[in-house]
Design a protein around this ligand. Structure first.
Ligand SMILES: *[C@@H]1O[C@H](CO)[C@@H](O)[C@H](O)[C@H]1NC(C)=O
Ligand SMILES: *[C@@H]1O[C@H](CO)[C@@H](O)[C@H](O)[C@H]1NC(C)=O
Length: 352
């Protein structure tokens, strides 16, 4: 009998494995491929020029009834109404999710939905901890017509018409330079087990701004709430994350559900650091803008000219704020102009 060469056997075995491997990967590819095509939000004719799903999103703004939050919401809603019907916008309806448990003076002016705050004392003065619980309640109780949701904040101004940047099941988020999950491996591991993978895979985002499919947010929101409470309860985590704890909680919660965000730098601009508006969509005025009269930034030092939302903690800024001196970047000038336009046109600005 003729002996079969060992080399032939090895090749035969290798060939068999290779063929099986190819077949398997083809099957896997075919599966994801067909799943994607089953999603009507991913059909080429249903995609916009940004690769997002051409479908309206509901603008959801979480807020409380403090005067500081109210005046920002009024400006935010004013610019929503202006941006909504501009070409390229995919905005649907608007809801201020009011998490103070009772109606306030803006119910007539802004579409609002009242939800409960967290039980007394649970936030330990960290008010944004109410946000995830507010979303959980709103998603459960409200009728939301749109398939997508934009999670927005009171200090957001729509500066260009915002399309739906989410694509099918993939939400879109803004990458924050200070959210760095890989710098906090030991802390993150308390909430993100080894088997989920590396903390490097967690998105550098917070919950806002994010545009997300409603069904995906419904999965994430309860986890986001639990993780944020657990993080706040753990002194080491609380100390490491400070005022951005609830952003980390959202980033971890979404990764726990294997949800990854499309990171869009153009989602938002933040004066005074971003000086040009360009094609960015949301102006976020969270940083104080301090300048001397030569138009030079004096960040960290009170400027001869300044606009800082924190100057108006107990009530609204006056109408017709003075414009910055010459030389101040476009982003800051536009911010003040947009605040002034809103306050000039909102009835009873200083009295409500
Ligand atoms: C949140 O925590 C509660 C209490 O520990 C638990 O019963 C619930 O299943 C958790 N939910 C999620 C979505 O993690
Ligand atoms: C706004 O203030 C400027 C001076 O800073 C003044 O010239 C202008 O008339 C004011 N406009 C309104 C509408 O009050």
């Amino acid at each position: 009998m003729k002996r079969v060469s060992p080399l032939f056997l090895v090749l035969l075995v290798l060939g068999f494995f290779f063929a099986t491997y190819n077949l398997l990967t083809m099957m896997i590819h075919y599966k994801t491929y067909s799943e994607e095509w089953d999603d009507p939000f991913l059909k080429p004719e249903n995609l916009n020029e940004f690769g997002g799903s051409k479908s309206k999103y509901h603008v959801a703004l979480t807020a409380n009834d403090a005067p500081y939050s109210q005046w920002q919401c009024r400006i935010m809603y004013y610019w929503y109404k202006k941006a909504k019907n501009m070409p390229g916008s995919e905005m649907g309806k608007f809801t201020r999710i009011l998490h103070s448990g009772k109606s306030d003076s803006l119910m007539e002016e802004i579409p609002s939905f009242v939800v409960d705050p967290l039980p007394e004392g649970l936030d330990r003065g960290y008010v944004v901890l109410h946000r995830p619980w507010a979303f959980v309640q709103w998603l459960e109780k409200a009728t939301i017509d749109e398939e997508y949701i934009l999670m927005a904040e009171p200090d957001h101004i729509f500066i260009n018409p915002l399309p739906n940047l989410a694509r099918g099941q993939y939400p879109a988020g803004f990458p924050f330079f200070y959210i760095k999950p890989s710098d906090h491996e030991t802390i993150i591991r308390k909430y993100y087990p080894e088997e989920k993978g590396s903390p490097m895979d967690i998105d550098p985002i917070g919950n806002s701004p994010v545009i997300i499919r409603k069904s995906v947010l419904e999965k994430i929101a309860p986890t986001w709430m639990n993780i944020s409470l657990m993080m706040k309860d753990d002194p080491a985590t609380d100390q490491a994350f400070g005022w951005v704890l609830e952003m980390y909680a959202y980033a971890v919660a979404s990764a726990l559900h294997d949800v990854h965000h499309i990171l869009r730098e153009d989602f938002m601009l933040q004066p005074p650091w971003d000086v040009e508006i360009g094609n960015k969509f949301i102006l976020h005025y969270t940083y104080g803008c301090d300048y001397n009269l030569k138009g030079e930034l004096t960040y960290g030092k009170i400027g001869e000219w300044r606009f800082d939302k924190r100057s108006y903690l107990s009530g609204p800024p006056p109408r017709n704020l003075s414009l910055p001196p010459p030389g101040v970047p476009e982003s800051v000038v536009r911010l003040v102009q947009m605040v002034n336009e809103a306050t000039a046109n909102i009835p009873d600005w200083d009295t409500l």
